[in-house]
Design a protein around this ligand. Structure first.
Ligand SMILES: Cc1cc2nc3c(=O)[nH]c(=O)nc-3n(C[C@H](O)[C@H](O)[C@H](O)COP(=O)(O)O)c2cc1C
Length: 163
């Protein structure tokens, strides 16, 4: 699968098979994150990998489907160093992982709805760090495709802004 195909085939997967993600595949995802760009190449990003359990579901506002994922990756930045680009830096890394996962036949879903203080408590993340997003990873237990997107000619113009 090439990059274009990965972009086309990616969708947010919210039901996962009870099958583990091989460590070599997990490491490929983290390698994709490692190689992604960051402002001034600061690379102030860390990842905590976990097997989601009830405590993480609760910290993610009760999104029960998260408990079906074999793996979740918590993305953390150091805002004291990377701000104001910290969220951009982490998001680029996550999207690299998402596309790498798609190539491997793995499904993913971004999670932005969570209680940051609960997530910090769960994974011993220091108060001065920022949890930007969480990514579930696993083999999809359903078929699907990405949601309907705006048409190409509605999203861009040459030279002059238009809404
Ligand atoms: C920053 C961000 C936060 C998101 N947070 C959640 C979330 O907490 N729970 C969830 O089920 N999906 C979440 N999503 C997934 C979106 O709902 C999904 O990308 C969108 O509906 C489009 O669907 P698609 O990814 O299949 O094209 C999030 C996506 C992004 C980019």
């Amino acid at each position: 699968m090439n990059v274009s195909e990965a972009i086309q085939n990616r969708w947010s997967v919210r039901a996962y098979k009870d099958a583990p993600v091989a460590e070599k595949d997990l490491l490929l995802l983290l390698e994709a994150a490692r190689l992604s760009p960051s402002a001034r190449n600061r690379q102030h990003r860390k990842y905590v990998v976990t097997h989601p359990g009830p405590a993480l579901v609760e910290a993610c506002n009760g999104q029960s489907w998260i408990g079906t994922a074999p793996i979740a990756i918590v993305g953390i930045v150091d805002p004291s160093v990377a701000s104001p680009w910290d969220v951009a830096d982490l998001s680029i890394a996550f999207d690299h992982m998402v596309l790498q996962a798609t190539e491997l036949g793995l499904g993913t879903c971004w999670i932005g709805a969570f209680d940051e203080s609960k997530v910090k408590d769960l994974f011993a993340i220091p108060e001065d760090k920022k949890v930007v997003a969480i990514l579930t990873v696993g083999y999809p237990d359903t078929t699907g495709s990405h949601k309907k997107k705006d048409p190409l000619d509605a999203i861009w113009t040459w030279d002059t802004y238009a809404w």
